[in-house]
Design a protein around this ligand. Structure first.
Ligand code: NDP
Length: 490
């Protein structure tokens, strides 16, 4: 068990990071930051407003000229240094993430924080290899295309993978030469705050990255509305995505929206059963099911349906739910009381829609320091049809449904019967089927015989109501640049 350093996390105040300095919000208003495993506030997060955002944008605008003109190797060196500092502080950052978000410390240490440093390092080096194109018109002209940084970028990220997704946005923006005004979720501000200190230590020039903490409808909205923020990269819920699009579209801002998911996990009878089962437990309940890529709709070919359900329920019951700081814990606390209530309300809805709860279904009351924490049992539901609300709406918690199918076409139809199209997982040992189904399922990311296996060079994002645009690899660097073609006649 990790020692819980109360001494460092008393009711200290977190600060905004503006123009290279850690500063109080202009009006000195703060919000309590809750530790979800304990259900108590443990520090204060700035409740910033449009004026703080204006200060941050002013600093970012000023810094843009020198940052965008800085030699690539120097820019890359600073971003790489930040990655090194994240690695150095792995334990501290993982602990902060676990306390802030409710996820198991072990998961934060093995996934979230290493991925945050990988994001920084990946884009630091990518900026050195980024190139633009040239098109020759035989004997007539030559075209060359330039891709130059757009200016000030707004990066807004959610609470489920706080530093992981925060860095996933700001790293390509900074690597492309943009300066940034970023807002983490006010529910999980801690690692972004610690990250601002690492930026100072790494020598990131003042104003290049600015972090304004606070509420979405105040700070997030002010970033999106600000006329000098020319490009917006947002990850979060589909409803928020709509609001952001409605604000940004009339201002003709460039937008990348990574939104919700309700991902199918399709299991054919010819799969490697053990592998499908083990990975499905992870893809259902990792991070308490609070990953946009979780496979919350499990579709199983009828001939193995009963066997799969029995084994899946047995393994689900074995998952240890508990104190996120304990080594044995596999499922921690949900991020907030409001979110826990939302998840529980969906379990109630599933019952009214005719669903049968095979395991879980309730809040868990722990003893000791976690007795007021927001814990929900991993829950497995069957007997629901594809079109009920439980199977159509994103729950974003430790709740999955399992449904049988008879034919491949039926599985594809079920998979596509949803407004979302973020990711899908397919389990089969039949190569032709793997190709066929991958092509027909309408999701931006398909995993065959694996889940969450990520190569940062690949395009990442969703179809339909799961988003607009793609992140990852060159897609993200291009997103933060403005394209110009110059045609020169011979
Ligand atoms: P929200 O949409 O509620 O919030 C995301 C961020 O946007 C937060 O920082 C939030 O601030 C801010 N925000 C809220 N309202 C506005 C506004 N009007 N203008 C600008 N910013 C605003 O999502 P959650 O934080 O609840 O995250 C969970 C959602 O994120 C799920 O739907 C999940 O599927 C999705 N997600 C998608 C991923 C993907 O890659 N496609 C990856 C991870 C999550 P505040 O916290 O103050 O509300």
């Amino acid at each position: 068990m990790v020692t819980y350093p109360r001494i460092h996390f008393g009711m200290e105040k977190l600060y905004n990071f503006i123009d290279g300095k850690l500063v109080e919000p202009g009006k000195s208003n703060y919000l309590p930051n809750i530790n979800p495993a304990e259900g108590v506030a443990y520090n204060l997060v700035p409740d910033s407003d449009a004026q703080d955002v204006a200060e941050a944008v002013k600093a970012a605008r000023f810094a843009f000229a020198s940052w965008s003109a800085m030699p690539l190797d120097q820019r890359a060196a600073i971003l790489s240094k930040i990655a090194d500092l994240i690695d150095r502080d792995l334990d501290q950052l993982a602990l902060a993430e676990s306390i802030d978000q409710g996820k198991p410390f072990k998961l934060a240490k093995s996934m979230d924080i290493p991925r945050a440093s990988a994001n920084m390092r990946f884009y630091a080096t990518a900026s050195m290899h980024f190139a633009s194109e040239s098109h020759h018109m035989e004997g007539e002209a030559v075209n060359y295309t330039t891709r130059t940084p757009i200016g000030v970028a707004g990066c807004i990220s959610p609470w489920n993978l706080p530093l992981y997704l925060f860095t996933w946005k700001i790293a390509p923006a900074l690597a492309a030469g943009c300066t940034v005004v970023a807002k983490p979720s006010e529910l999980t501000p801690m690692t972004a705050f610690l990250f601002s200190k690492l930026c100072i230590e790494a020598g990131l020039p003042n104003g290049v990255l600015n972090i304004v903490h606070g509420l979405g409808h105040k700070v997030g909205q002010a970033i999106v509305e600000h006329p000098d923020v020319l490009v917006i990269s947002f990850t979060g819920g589909t409803v928020t995505g709509k609001t952001i699009a409605a604000t940004a579209a009339p201002m003709f801002k460039k937008l990348s929206l990574e939104l919700g998911g309700k991902n199918p996990n399709i299991i054919f009878a010819d799969c490697d059963f053990e592998q499908a089962l083990n990975t499905s437990i992870q893809s259902s309940f990792s991070n308490q099911g609070e990953i946009c890529l979780c496979g919350s709709r499990i579709l199983v070919e009828r001939s193995i349906y009963e066997k799969f359900v029995d084994e899946f329920v047995k393994r689900t019951k074995e998952l240890v739910v508990g104190d996120p700081l304990e080594d044995k814990t596999r499922v921690g606390a949900l991020v907030s009381e409001a979110h826990m209530k939302k998840v529980l309300s969906y379990i109630d809805l599933a019952k009214t829609e005719g669903g049968k709860i095979l395991c879980g279904g309730k809040r868990i009351t722990m003893s000791g320091r976690c007795e007021q924490g927001y814990f929900v049992e991993p829950t497995v539901i069957i007997d629901l049809d594809q079109y009920c609300r439980t199977n159509q709406e994103e729950i974003f918690g430790p709740v999955v449904t399992i449904m049988p199918f008879d034919k491949e076409e039926e599985a594809i139809a079920y998979a596509n019967s949803n407004a979302y199209g973020l990711s899908a997982t397919i389990w089969t040992e039949n190569l032709k089927r793997a190709h066929r189904v991958s092509h027909q399922v309408k999701s931006g990311i398909i995993w065959v015989n694996c889940w969450l296996l990520r190569d940062l060079r690949t395009p990442f994002g969703g179809m339909k109501q799961s988003g607009v645009g793609r992140e990852g690899g060159w897609e993200a660097i291009r997103f933060f640049t403005e394209t110009k073609n110059v045609c020169i006649k011979f």
